[in-house]
Design a protein around this ligand. Structure first.
Ligand code: C5P
Length: 422
């Protein structure tokens, strides 16, 4: 899998002849699976055109702090928050100086000041400018502030002088980004199985029984796990969502197909069963479409029970170390979740009360859930489904950190240790 799948980079291009290398950097980042948004300073746009940056990144380019269009599409706060990493390349002496001193007088510097994300800078300037005490003071300040500096290289400059100041090559910046993001991928090396969406159970070749699950929550969890570095297999019923980037997605229709795909995906380090699997299927769907006969009674459907995939995964010989289920209930969600946890043999349940919370859960972009483990019930506030996914993945990361992989086994049950509060 490409190294940067699921990662997003905000690239700030400031003024300098090295800006041409940033075009190659955008291409390399995208080739490796990252999504790239770009901010171009006024100086930067003297060296590369917004059009070439937009064409390569396949996103609009942001240039102006006070542009109604830029701000309404993606304000500077959102720009600074949505990336996994902000890369300033080339970083001019001027922009470094603004960053070191907290100056926010254009879109690039304001975005950098507003950011709560890691920042990497690749300086590029004339050797005299790089060597000046003022620049070195700024670099020291930025290092102390936690900014990651990719030092410039020694060589011949565009201005004809020789010395240290050349921006390193795009391939080397890419390598630094990969190393940086690898180190911040806490689930790197972990595999995860996620189920999502509804199942469709045939009544006859053209009709089926389904449910209102949109798959939004399950897909968001698969994406968040992939972003945290896990290798994710998503088994999804029929949904109208695109396959998440960087996730191996298997499309199924029925509960039987979902079960087979899930069992094939084992062993896996963790499983999150967010699919709304039909409890029953029609026992013997006819080979041909059932016909309405004038004057005859409607057909009676004879149901039989579907396999419980969550329970099967929980008792499987290749049981994941952490198995998480969902429980959508119309009443007493907490109690039902606690009971479900025991009955299905999973470790955590994400419970929600369908139709009673502030939001209609099915199809909505929001969710209000309670995380139920064998020792705690933690009510989360109303959140977007993406935020629920991020919070769940944080809880998983904490759990793994606190239990350690070899302490996970409880001698009595073979199940993970539940003592960790998340
Ligand atoms: O029993 P109930 O359908 O409420 O349980 C919900 C949880 O069990 C969800 O995590 C769902 O994905 C899982 N499930 C399953 N297979 C079934 C029914 C539910 O994996 N046949």
């Amino acid at each position: 899998m490409p190294s940067l799948v699921g990662k997003s980079v905000l690239l700030i291009i400031s003024g300098g002849i090295a800006a041409y290398k940033s075009l190659e950097l955008i291409r390399l980042l995208r080739k490796n699976g990252a999504s790239v948004r770009c901010v171009l300073t006024k100086g930067g746009s003297e060296f590369v055109t917004p059009l070439s940056v937009a064409a390569l990144s396949e996103h609009p380019v942001y240039t102006d702090l006070f542009s109604l269009k830029d701000e309404s599409e993606m304000g500077h706060i959102r720009l600074s928050r949505e990336a996994d990493l902000i890369v300033v390349a080339p970083a001019s002496a001027n922009l470094l100086s603004k960053m070191a001193n907290g100056i926010a007088d254009d879109l690039a510097s304001t975005t950098l000041l507003a950011s709560n994300k890691p920042i990497m800078v690749a300086p590029a300037m004339n050797p005299e400018m790089w060597a000046k005490p003022a620049t070195q003071r700024n670099i020291d300040t930025l290092r102390k502030d936690g900014v990651y500096i990719v030092d410039p290289a020694h060589g011949e400059m565009a201005c004809g002088e020789t010395g240290r100041g050349r921006m390193i090559e795009a391939t080397e910046i890419l390598q630094s980004i990969e190393n940086f993001l690898e180190a911040s991928s806490p689930l790197s090396g972990f595999s995860a199985l996620v189920t999502s969406g509804p199942t469709y159970e045939p009544i006859d070749p053209v009709r089926f029984i389904g449910n209102r699950s949109s798959g939004k929550q399950g897909h968001a969890i698969a994406t968040a796990l992939a972003r945290a570095g896990a290798t994710v297999t998503l088994v999804t019923g029929p949904v109208s969502l695109p396959d998440p980037v960087g996730v191996q997605t298997i499309h199924v229709e029925t509960a039987h197909e979902m079960r087979d795909a899930c069992l094939n995906a084992l062993p896996s380090d963790l499983a999150v069963c967010a699919a709304a699997v039909a409890d029953w299927r029609v026992k013997a769907p006819p080979e041909h479409k059932m016909k309405k006969q004038a004057g005859s009674a409607p057909p009676a459907l004879n149901f039989t029970e579907n396999p419980d995939i969550l329970a099967m995964i929980s008792s499987h010989q290749n049981r994941p170390k952490l198995v998480i289920g969902f429980a959508a209930e119309t009443e007493n969600a907490r109690t039902a979740a606690q009971e479900k946890l025991i009955r299905k043999g999973c470790d955590w349940i994400i419970a929600n009360q369908v139709g009673i919370t502030e939001f209609p859960v099915f199809g909505s972009d929001h969710n209000q859930v309670t995380l139920v483990t064998r020792s705690i019930c933690d009510d989360w506030p109303p959140l977007s489904k993406q935020e629920v996914a991020t919070r769940l993945v944080d809880a998983i990361i904490n759990h793994i950190k606190n239990t350690g992989s070899d302490q996970n086994d409880n001698a009595a049950t073979g199940h993970p240790n539940f003592s960790t509060a998340v």
